[in-house]
Structures are given as C-alpha cells and as structure tokens.
Design a binder for this molecule. Sequence first.
Ligand code: SF4
Ligand code: SF4
Length: 469
Amino acid sequence: MRFRGGYDILLQGRPEGLVRPMPEPATLYLPLRSPRFTFTEICVRHGQDVKAGDPLARDRRNHGVPLLAPRSGRVNLESAENHTVLEQAVKLQQPSDPARKQMSHIERESGAAVMRQRQLLALGAWQFFYDAHTGALPDPTGSPQAIIVCTLGLEPFVTRGDVQLRSRLLNFTRGLEHLQSLLEYQPIFLAIPDIRSDFADIIRNRIRGYASVKILAVPLTYPYDNFRILARRLGLKRSNGPVWALRTEGILAVDRALTLTKPCLVRIVSIGGAGVVPATHIKVMPGYPLKMIKEKYVFEPVARIINGGILTGETLGEQTLGLDAECRGLTVLPEQEGREFLGFTRPGWGRSAYAPCFLSSLRQRFRERFSTGMRGEGRPCISCNYCEDVCPAGIAPHLIHKYLYRGLIDGAERARVDLCVECGLCSFVCPSKIDLRRQFFEVKQLIHDEKQAICEEKARLEAVREAGK
Ligand code: SF4
Ligand code: SF4
C-alpha cells in the first residue's frame, strides 16, 4: 500500500514498553466532556451510592453513550464544576450482566448483531468505535462497509498498541472474532507494523485462520495510523457507507463486553514527554486524579499537560481534575516562560527541525528534548513548501493558509481543505510556526456549519411551501 507525505518525529520522552500500576484513589473526578462526548444527561442524584459499571451520565447527541462509574462509591455532583465526582471509591465485584435483561426485546426485533452492538454501547465498549471518515461515534444500530482495526499508535506520545497487546493477545484475537460476528460478509482490515519482529510474526500467525481479516502492513511513520488516511488508501469511499474503525484498546473492550459481559473500566494510558520521569504507561481508570499522576511522574515545576499526543492533543486547564473517558495518553512538556527572541536564528546543536537550519543537521537524527517554546515569535509564511512535503492528504497547506489569510474561504474550499485529516504535521514542520492545523480545523467547522444552515433553511422553506399547498 502506498502512502504519501508523513514524517518520523523523534522526541525525547517516549514511553517505555512497561505498564506500571497506580494506587487506587479514594476519589475519582470524571470530566463531563471528552474530545467527542458531552455528557449532559446526568443519571444519578447527589449523594447516591452507585456500583462499578452503573451509568453516571449519558451523551444524548451521541446515541446515549454512557459515562460509566469506574468504581463503586458515592456520587458528589456539587464539589467540582463540569465533573461527576465519585467519593469513597472502592473496587467491588462488578455486576455480571447489567445490560442483557433490558435488551432481550432488541434481539427479537432487530437481530443478534444489533443486540450485540447495543450491548457494546451499554457496557462502554462502543465509545471505542469511530467512523473512519468523520471520527464521530458510529450508529450502534448500523452496519459498515468494512472495519479498520489499527494496532499502531504513532503520534508522540499516545499509548502504544504493542504495550496493550503484549500480555493480552488471546483477548485481542477473541475480540476480533466478536467483531466478525457483527458483520455479514464485510472485511476487517487489521493494520500492523510493516516490520519483521517476533511479536509481529506472532500476530500474523494468529490471524491467518480468520477468513475475513486482511492484514495491512503499515510503515511506522506518522500519521499512517490515521483512520481517514487508511480508509483512503484502501479505497473505502464514504459514499459506499460507513467504515468503522477501532484501536487495540477497542478490540480488548469488545472482548470484555461480549465474552464476560463486563464493562471496560480501566485503561492503559501513556505518560510521556520531556517533563516526565520515567516516561511510561500506567493502568488507571477514567476520573483518575491528575494530581496523583503529576505527583508521581511530573518533575518539571512548570509544565504543560496535554491530553493526547503532542500534535493533536489539547492542553488541559487547571479546572480539569481527572482523566476523561477517552484519554489515550498524557504528554507533559516543560513550559517555557518568556519569549525566546529570534530563537530560530541560534545555531543549536541539540535542537532539531525539519528544515536543516540548526547545527544539529550535521548530526545523525536524534531524539530532541521538546518544550513549549516557539523558538522566537510567529513569522509570515516563507513559501518553503515543507508543509506540502509532509502532508499525508496531498494538499498544499501553505496555499490554503494564504487564502485564509486573505479571508478567501471559497479558495480554501477549492484547494480541498476538506481533505485535511488534522494530523498537525504541517504545523510541526513549519519554520514560521504557523498553527495551520488549527486554522484548517476552524475553517472546516465554519464551512460545515454554513452548509448545515443552508440545508436547514431549505428544509424550512420546503415545509412552508408544503403547508401553503
Ligand atoms: S494540512 Fe491537514 S492533513 Fe495536511 S499536514 Fe496539515 S494537518 Fe495534516
Ligand atoms: S511550512 Fe510554513 S513557512 Fe513553509 S510553506 Fe508551509 S506554511 Fe509557509
């Protein structure tokens, strides 16, 4: 399979392949927002006792996806804004099958596959599913043209698939079997690294017997693990129906939900970046207090904590107290206070860039210590074309930027800003430090909202015309 663009990002602070346990916290702080979900419908009362696996809240705009209680405890809805707090949290036996009784009618009405999809939703495993083209949560009553399963995590520093898989290969293959049972004849594409290693060979051998699973060897270059890029490379067009996509943790959650009928309440989360010692993986649950993680791993007195990878994650504000339900990793960077005037002109033996502008270009490639510093102030585009070189979507980010700079949104549309997969590579390599990714994200949102408004207006006029007949 041929890919274009991409770049191998080498930075200090890559999480090691170990999973370290964390102490059980007495209080969990579950944010009511995560990148895709907003849990507006609270299902519990202040002071109510809940069991592990009970729904605390739901996101009605996303098929009612639940925010599950990761532990038994007492609900406090008043102590932290935008969080559901679980006090006196304890690890108790989970109910064996909270969902099945309520769903027997669904099996009669809609068939076994839809019932299993509903079960995945009720047990918190459906939230690991993505629509490969849009990134949204797919419809749990729908059916895809194909499923992409990706075992790679290539953005620094999100959870590595090999770390999650190493001791749970059996669960993973069983999860794939369950996934097959949701389909009639559609293929499952399993993306694994295109390297020869004992571990990759074990996966290949295990998968050989699965007729509908096709192996996809993917180079270890960012962002070839991106679902939209994979769907495009596979020729899976959006017009032919949805493509579902999952990562390793999703397959493990499917196995747990459909083999044991138990909710998936813990996560393996990476913690990496130049502000962490040691950079590693930790076993935690949603709502785990960030304070406890910081005390154990963050040594920098002033550090920026990013929820997710270094290119696509979002900075966590002081008001966020716990890990959200979708957290795949925390990236910690030393915060550079004060401006580094004309930082890009300093020779720099230990700093690296896509452009060969530092002395370090005379060294072999190395892992750089990365901070939040901008290396000098933002500058205008110098038309170096580096952003176009690395763009995996085959568009010209500098051209779109120039259209947007002049307020020409039509031009950005014609230059196919819609193909941008928001990987952030263009912003990363740009020597002028232009935040192209954010610009493109915002303009895509604007175009989407405008199109939506036009459709709604058309529908309204149509309704008025119909009413007047
Ligand atoms: S334009 Fe979009 S897809 Fe291309 S490098 Fe930038 S963020 Fe990635
Ligand atoms: S990398 Fe930055 S400076 Fe270079 S062409 Fe792209 S936007 Fe312009």
